[in-house]
Design a binder for this molecule. Structure first.
Ligand code: PLP
Length: 375
């Protein structure tokens, strides 16, 4: 009954955002970038030939430029997304003992992979409840420290910095899936920074990209010669070898690469990482301030310094967030649902670089209209 009423609400066109996609991944893709796929003469051609390899080279060089990689760092890529990279890292980067910070679903999934690997020691986990931050601390014998920069499930941002007191040989491995390209990063003491392109890079899924330090590359080579059996598809030495030739081990989705290049070009043209991070922070900042001003809404993450600049999670009180979602969807505004297992009366809004501050403001104006209509 209420659900029916919610779907019947008609939000005035002048309040609606220019683009209704606010999902945390796959996320909004600029229409001009999608048009590049149709007009590209690369679709349907070999990924082993010069034109597609030039596309991959531009992505690798553009990312190095955008992220201001220190000398010796390499951009490695392969098929399967960040979830596949957890498997590659488990078999090809962790020597014996991983330590993880877990403060949401994504961090938990990687921790589970290393913990269940029978050739590794049980993993050490530093855990925080949803909405709070956990950070790794030095652990005797740990050779890999892993955490997400942005926990997409809860909208909590973590600092990215070396682990004080850690063994000097230990690697730091950061899941930057939803933060790379939209949040500042300093690579001092950071060895692996990996992501999928369907979040801040406004591309499609299916690919993983990992920035690797010389120390990380040395670890890959060390483990490759240590004799651990690894299927070719999960082999970091093979991925590294192919990446250095601007290729992937097996056939990549060319549309994903074309979209990724388009966004790398755009972010570089629009002022680089600092400008992109500032835009995302302004868009999410608008949403957090709006929530604080409304009696029916409040930011889920209590500590302001933990609030993600790219994924804003907002709790609602006195109004059913699923009704708001239904009304928004009926008006062409999508994917503001909270992470499925969180079970809160909440909306989650991504403010990746493809989303303007104006659209964030239009979204909150639309929500105001819906809440009033539901009352
Ligand atoms: C989306 C996401 C993943 C999973 O990415 P896939 O490409 O679906 O494997 C992992 N980590 C974080 C932080 C994410 O946001």
């Amino acid at each position: 009954m209420v659900e029916f009423a919610a779907r019947d609400i008609k939000i005035p066109a002048n309040l609606l955002p220019s683009d209704g996609r606010f999902g945390a991944g796959p996320s909004r893709i600029p229409a001009a970038h999608v048009a590049e796929i149709a007009s590209s003469n690369l679709m349907g051609t070999s990924h082993r030939q010069a034109p597609v390899r030039a596309l991959v080279r531009e992505i690798r060089e553009g990312l190095a430029d955008l992220l201001r990689l220190p000398a010796g760092y390499e951009v490695v890529l392969g098929n399967g997304g960040a979830s596949a990279f957890w498997a590659l890292a488990t078999v090809g980067l962790v020597r014996r003992h991983a330590a993880h910070a877990v403060f949401g679903e994504f961090g938990a999934k990687f921790a589970k992979e290393t913990d269940r690997a029978d050739f590794l020691a049980p993993s050490t986990v530093f855990q925080a409840e949803p909405g709070k931050l956990a950070v790794v601390e030095a652990v005797a014998g740990a050779d890999a420290y892993c955490w997400p920069q942005n926990e997409t499930s809860t909208g909590v941002l973590s600092p990215v910095m070396p682990v004080a007191g850690a063994d000097p040989e230990a690697l730091t491995i950061v899941d930057a899936t939803s933060s790379a390209g939209a949040v500042e990063v300093d690579f001092t003491g950071i060895d692996v920074y990996y992501f999928s392109p369907q979040k801040a890079f406004a591309s499609d899924g299916g690919l993983w990209v990992a920035v690797m330090s010389p120390r990380a590359i040395a670890r890959v080579e060390e483990l490759a010669s240590a004799g651990r059996w690894v299927p070719d598809f999960l082999s970091l030495p093979i991925a590294l070898d192919n990446s250095r030739k601007d290729q992937t081990f097996n056939t990549p989705a060319l549309a994903t690469l074309i979209l990724l290049r388009a966004q790398v070009r755009e972010l570089l043209a629009c002022g680089g990482l600092a400008a992109s991070a500032a835009r995302a922070a302004a868009a999410s900042g608008h949403i957090y301030s709006w929530a604080q001003e409304r009696a029916f809404a409040s930011p889920f993450v209590e500590r302001p310094q933990w609030r993600s600049p790219v994924v804003a999670t907002i709790d609602f009180e006195g109004v059913d967030a699923t009704d708001i979602q239904a009304a928004l969807r009926a008006n062409g505004v999508f994917d503001v649902f909270p992470y499925r297992s969180l079970g809160r009366n909440q909306l989650r809004v991504a403010t990746f670089p493809a989303t303007s501050v104006d659209d964030a403001a239009a979204l909150t104006a639309s929500i105001d209209f819906v809440v009033e209509a539901l009352a």
